[in-house]
Design a protein around this ligand. Structure first.
Ligand SMILES: *Cc1c(COP(=O)(O)O)cnc(C)c1O
Length: 324
């Protein structure tokens, strides 16, 4: 064998193409760092603003986007404990957790908001969870709201996992370890610090924004677009940073004007924007978060929030489900 310095080895083989049913042919090989792609979008170009897409939706076919990033600590530690977590009937987090359990061989239980769902046929999202081996426990909305109360939480976990060892992951996956894991997203974007001063992400629990902002370079800023109504997300992001890092990190703001009526609500304006974007760029937009992020950024751009010449990296945190 020659020890002479040879040519630089070729880059790693990209993941195999995804079969039509969306199942992973390659176990848990994530596409990280996720790719960045610039798109020419008139809603931004008109104002001299560049739009980059940080394609976290491509990280893994079954555990996409920020759900991979937030579950990374669970994936790294996967053992025989039952992972117990929480979500609504269409929760991206429940599906990602169920898929992780199937791929890594740990049991999963999903505590689902809405006991009325127990007596009905499962929707496509919950059916996917069950097909991936997740046990579903349906509880009333009142009880679900109280799950943060330690006594109620302990009862729910006992019901869900029995007396065996359990790892409890909160709704949306945003525990301290998950927020710290999202700092890696910021670090990947910090590599673009010379050209890209702004990174933007949609906020549900705000855990992803909290981590992202912590990982950016000091000269960069993070913008969160809230998809829930109520104006409470800024406080949530600050609390996530206190819990995960012991105090505030990085520069970030939450924009509260682009929720279109609240979680999973839409508006004709949002729909028109999303359909035109999909048509122009051949990228299907997840509606609850990603479409609101891009529409919110377009509105902020039109309102003069970003100087001419600014490049904004929008994190594509997930894919539509079910896929067309
Ligand atoms: C869960 C989710 C979010 C929200 O992330 P948080 O960390 O809860 O703010 C954003 N986008 C997509 C596609 C999601 O599934």
């Amino acid at each position: 064998m020659s020890t002479r310095p040879g040519p630089v080895p070729p880059p790693p083989v990209p993941p195999a193409p995804r079969p039509a049913d969306g199942r992973s042919p390659h176990g848990l090989r994530p596409l990280l760092p996720s790719p960045v792609q610039e798109v020419r979008e008139p809603a931004f170009e008109r104002y001299g603003v560049r739009l980059l897409l940080k394609r976290d939706d491509l990280i893994h076919p079954d555990i996409p986007g920020n759900k991979w990033r937030k579950l990374a600590p669970v994936l790294a530690e996967a053992d025989s404990r039952t992972v117990v977590t929480f979500g609504g009937a269409w929760s991206n987090h429940l599906r990602a957790t169920a898929a992780a359990g199937r791929l890594l061989g740990f049991p999963t239980v999903g505590v689902v908001r809405g006991e009325e769902l127990a007596g009905r046929p499962l929707n496509a999202s919950l059916a996917r969870c069950r097909a991936d081996g997740m046990r579903l426990v349906f509880i009333s909305r009142a009880r679900y709201r109280m799950k943060a109360d330690p006594r109620v939480g302990a009862e729910l976990v006992a019901e869900a996992a029995g007396s065996g060892p359990a790892r409890v992951v909160p709704e949306g996956g945003s525990d301290h370890a998950a927020v710290r894991a999202c700092a890696v997203l910021g670090e990947e974007l910090a590599a673009l610090r010379e050209t890209t001063p702004v990174a933007a992400v949609a906020c549900g629990t705000g855990g992803t924004l909290a981590g992202l902002a912590a990982g950016l370079a000091p000269e960069q800023e993070a913008v969160g677009v809230a998809v829930l109504k109520g104006g409470f997300l800024g406080a949530e992001v600050a609390a996530h940073q206190r819990g995960a890092f012991g105090g505030p990190r990085g520069r970030w703001t939450v924009e509260d004007g682009f929720h279109h009526g609240g979680y999973a609500r839409t508006s004709p304006e949002l729909e028109t924007f999303a359909a035109a974007f999909e048509e122009r760029h051949g990228l299907a937009l997840e509606r609850a978060y990603v479409a609101k992020l891009l529409h919110g950024l377009a509105s902020l751009t039109a309102g003069g929030r970003f100087r001419r010449g600014t490049a904004v990296a929008a994190v594509i945190t997930g894919r539509p489900f079910p896929t067309a």
